[in-house]
Design a protein around this ligand. Sequence first.
Ligand SMILES: [Zn+2]
Length: 162
Amino acid sequence: MNKAVFLDRDGTINVDFGYVYKAQDLKLLPGAAEALRIFQELGYLLIVITNQSGIGRGYFTLEDAELFNRTLAQELEKHEVILKDFYTCPHAPEEHCECRKPSPFMVMEAMKKYDIDPSQSYMFGDKRSDTECGERSGIKSFRVTEEHPLIYWANQLKNNLL
Ligand SMILES: [Zn+2]
């Protein structure tokens, strides 16, 4: 089986300016690319799990969100980081879909598709809904904050402290 690091996108990898979808609003958080490279070097697949309710609210389209995802992937390729896949919930909360975090749905789909062992995997995100999603998927989950950004967690994992 494979092991994976599941990641929230906005506020975890890139700066969350609020409903980010324009390429010019792509700004990597300090240390994020290095953190992802550490996870990758430790043998984890990198999979992004993102709520994009701006689509359901009509602020931008699914195509806009997917273009932003590709732009992010290309930016990270410059740092030799390969994002394996993106799972995007396009729904507004009022739609009561099955995929929106904290639902474990998108993580479960990814675990099936890529034969991922939850006991060897991690979720990192800046919101309670991220860690709850991870916990409901049966994977160890940690909150990204200003004090503890993604690079902090990558170093913790590298040093066998998680
Ligand atoms: Zn959804």
